[in-house]
Ligand binder design. Structure first.
Ligand code: ZN
Length: 115
């Protein structure tokens, strides 16, 4: 199962301490994923993130651990984050710049190249 989430830009309320999956994803993930999940990036590094399943407002929220994961990969507004559910506790995460190219070197994002 795969889906993507666009990192919100400044016009949206931006909460860097957590991130919600798109609403349509709720029914796909609800009850199928553990509270402690591993985010695996394209170079194979893994990060532990707390996943909160909120039936009250039908939201899946990435909380504790998400800011660290986000900062470590220099996520930017309008990046496309593609989540592939590998098993009930692991997501493979690919990052695409809004220019269309996949981000493979997360440390070089401050250079001249847009991605
Ligand atoms: Zn780019």
């Amino acid at each position: 199962m795969e889906f993507f989430k666009v990192v919100p830009d400044d016009r949206w309320p931006l909460r860097t301490d957590e991130m919600c999956f798109p609403p349509a994803v709720y029914s796909l993930v609800h009850g199928k994923v553990l509270q402690d999940v591993t985010m695996r990036d394209t170079i194979g590094c893994t990060w532990q993130v707390k996943l909160v399943d909120r039936p009250v407002d039908r939201k899946i929220v990435l909380g504790h651990g998400w800011p660290t994961f986000s900062a470590a990969h220099n996520f930017r507004a309008l990046d496309y984050l593609v989540f592939h559910l590998v098993n009930n506790s692991t997501f493979q995460v690919s990052v695409f710049c809004e220019c269309g190219l996949e981000v493979v070197d997360f440390t070089l994002r401050s250079c001249e190249r847009c991605h």
